[in-house]
Design a protein around this ligand. Sequence first.
Ligand SMILES: NC(=O)c1ccc[n+]([C@@H]2O[C@H](COP(=O)([O-])OP(=O)(O)OC[C@H]3O[C@@H](n4cnc5c(N)ncnc54)[C@H](O)[C@@H]3O)[C@@H](O)[C@H]2O)c1
Length: 257
Amino acid sequence: MGRLEGTRAIVTGAGSGIGRAVAQRFTAEGAQVLGVVRNPRDVKLLEAEGIAVIIGDVADYETAHRAVETAAVRFGGLDVYVANAGLWDFSKRVEKQSPGELKAGFDEIFGVNLLGALYGAHAALPRLRDSGGSVIVTGSNACFRAGGGGALYTASKFALRGMVMQLAKEFAPVRVNGVAPGATNTGLSGPSAFGQQDRAMNLDAVRMSAMADHMLLGRISQPEEHCGLYVTLASKTESSYVTGAMLLSDGGLTISV
Ligand SMILES: NC(=O)c1ccc[n+]([C@@H]2O[C@H](COP(=O)([O-])OP(=O)(O)OC[C@H]3O[C@@H](n4cnc5c(N)ncnc54)[C@H](O)[C@@H]3O)[C@@H](O)[C@H]2O)c1
């Protein structure tokens, strides 16, 4: 018997990286999962693994609404909304951005990392109230410290942590929590405003090696290593008294600098 039998979940950014690992692990634990992906090429792969899929941009409210309605029709309700989709900024320094880039980069990064999560939480709330479910966001070590990205990424993740705390107050008894990974072996990309839409973090071996040096555990993590915390937060029995929390899964980075 899996730890999430009977759980009905939505995972955004399910086509790759941490979101894909979470969607696969939830499925293995007995959950029914609807993945939200940006790229049509990810649909077949997920469907072959028993994961339902919709395509959409999380920065549009319509995507969150459609995801929740699709889960309600296919699964008969919703227990967990995982707002995981995200964009990095490859630590692009503010002084290297024109005012126009700053504005477009802000809109894109905050549109996905913060507004996308807020839209998801908003659209899911009535169903989560019905089921006694919860919201989980993917934070970052950048929710707690500088240096995990540039100003836009760091500000978006600090804001996301603030959002989790405030929504935990507003939504209770619906629980609202986050998992905050440290450097992870994924192809995390950036905003098109910076021309970073086709860049992948883990293709930069020098950067990945420098990141590994900062970790207390001395290495970068794999996406699967964070999944246990998502399962625990998604479970109605294993974390029933946890809300407003941002659980670190960062190899000790945050306490070591
Ligand atoms: N990789 C790391 O080192 C790391 C560290 C801390 C936090 N995170 C966070 O983990 C989360 C997942 O990132 P990842 O590392 O797995 O990288 P990833 O690029 O594999 O996953 C991000 C996913 O979000 C999707 N996405 C981006 N913009 C979207 C949009 N507008 N609408 C719908 N989907 C969109 C992408 O298509 C992708 O599938 C992000 O929130 C990221 O900030 C990653």
